[in-house]
Ligand binder design. Structure first.
Ligand SMILES: C=C(O[C@@H]1C=C(C(=O)O)C=C[C@H]1O)C(=O)O
Length: 114
């Protein structure tokens, strides 16, 4: 079956069986009404937290750009590795090894790839 036809068939199947649309039990994976309620409410809080986190990341990118632009305009380099080591250590101390990965991703968002 061509890809577009297969995709259309999948959409039809999903709508027909209500798998990806609005069956709360299917959407949450819960097996009781109570668990559906807990999960649905907590997911709303997670969505709100994610919106705030994304906003903070965007704010961090803007502040980081101010520093990088000032340093470059003064004749310096965009990147300051000793400062980046401090940031990596900060996140690792707070969050463990995955904190380092998170900090590396944040640094890449803020100053691009090196
Ligand atoms: C923002 C700075 O410039 C760059 C970006 C950093 C960041 O986004 O945290 C850290 C170090 C630098 O590579 C800085 O030197 O503080």
């Amino acid at each position: 079956m061509p890809t577009t036809t297969a995709a259309a068939a999948n959409i039809t199947t999903n709508i027909t069986t209500n798998v990806t649309t609005n069956d709360p039990a299917e959407k949450t994976g819960a097996r009781t009404e109570e668990a559906v309620g807990v999960i649905t409410d907590a997911r709303e809080r997670i969505d709100a937290l994610d919106d705030r986190i994304i906003g903070l990341v965007q704010e961090r990118m803007a502040v980081s750009a101010v520093i990088q632009d000032a340093r470059i305009a003064s004749g310096g380099r965009r990147v300051n590795l000793s400062r980046e080591m401090e940031i990596l250590a900060h996140y690792r101390d707070a969050l463990g090894k995955p904190g380092t990965s998170l900090a590396m991703t944040l640094l890449e968002l803020c100053r691009g790839r090196i």
